[in-house]
Design a protein around this ligand. Structure first.
Ligand code: ATR
Length: 306
């Protein structure tokens, strides 16, 4: 059994489904994809629920995505997760999209339907809502939220979800301001109602080195870290330490390492903290429920080992 499969493996039964193994029925598609933890999340759920099938990693070269979908359908796949860099391209290939995928402009879950149909979903945004509720017992819609790294793929998705929930206030923060100015304009229609009490716009875009950052952070309830800073143990926190205060709920989308410098600082400053493991679990469970409606995979995924 291989750790990572490729397009050509999809037509080689001996490689894809060696004798004695359950057939490959689900995959995470990306490029590269060897690092993906998705099999460790989904396989225990498949096994515990009693669904015969393997969840594999599929590394697809640029330009091969449509062919991969076609072959996967032919060899009996139920669906797939889609990760970087194919979340946008996958959306184009879908014949049906759920509202979250439409709003976020990307797809992280596909389900093969009848004939040529491909259903596309995005469970990152809805998974984030559940993660924040589980970690902090609060609802996004009630919060003033700062997204640090809102110009990146993950940051844009979570910012869009917060806007869809019409949260109290949304502060978009990024190193490159141009990436969030367009996002801010796109999300403005979600904030038309008069909800905010007190000063400030419902949605604002701010450079990460702006002198206004500490003051605006101080007015927020939830600060979410979505930059890639923190993946390496030596990475510093992306924002000045004094931006993180005792009244804050602080969430880092990174879960490995389990405590980035950003989270360590937040904790030392007295804030409540959580890492991205809950987001990983909830988006995964939602994907699984699209493939196998009526199942309850979350508790089986909680055994996830990093
Ligand atoms: P993507 O998610 O689109 O693949 P990425 O290159 O992984 O992008 O970066 C994700 C986010 O991390 C971006 O918001 C990026 O900021 P820029 O848009 O300004 O590039 C942010 N990021 C990466 N390294 C950073 C650093 N050293 N300091 C601050 N932000 C950083």
């Amino acid at each position: 059994m291989k750790d990572v499969y490729s397009l050509s493996d999809l037509t080689n039964e001996d490689l894809l489904n060696p004798s004695g193994s359950a057939p490959a029925r689900l995959a995470v598609i990306g490029h590269p994809v060897a690092h993906s933890k998705s099999p460790q999340l989904h396989q225990p759920a498949l096994d515990a629920i009693g669904i015969e099938g393997r969840y594999i990693r599929l590394d697809i070269e640029p330009g091969e995505l449509l062919e991969a979908f076609k072959r996967m359908r032919e060899v009996g796949f139920v669906g797939a997760n889609v990760t970087v860099p194919y979340k946008f391209e996958a959306l184009e290939a879908c014949s049906h999209l759920d509202p979250a995928a439409k709003a976020l402009g990307s797809v992280n879950t596909i389900l093969f339907g009848e004939a040529e149909e491909i259903y596309g979903f995005n469970t990152d945004g809805p998974g984030f809502i559940r993660a924040i509720r589980e970690e902090f017992s609060v609802d996004i819609q009630d919060l003033k939220i700062m997204i640090v790294g809102a110009g990146g793929g993950a940051g844009q998705a979570l910012a869009t979800q917060c806007a869809r929930e019409a949260c109290e206030q949304l502060i978009l923060v990024n190193r490159s301001i141009d990436k969030i100015e367009a996002l801010s304009t796109r999300l403005l229609p979600y904030f038309e109602s008069e909800k905010l009490s007190g000063p400030g716009e419902r949605i604002e875009a701010l450079a990460i080195d702006s002198p206004n950052l500490p003051e605006l952070a101080g007015h927020c309830d939830l600060i979410v870290q979505t930059t890639s800073l923190g993946l390496k143990a030596t990475d510093p926190s992306p924002i000045p330490n004094h931006c993180l205060q005792p009244h804050h709920l602080v969430y880092d989308t990174i879960y490995e390492p389990s405590r980035t410098q950003f989270l360590k600082t937040a904790e030392a400053n007295g804030a409540r903290i959580a890492n991205g493991l809950s987001l990983l679990l909830h988006q995964g469970a939602l994907s699984f429920e699209y493939w196998f409606p009526g199942t309850k995979p979350l508790r089986h995924m909680r055994s996830f080992q990093q």
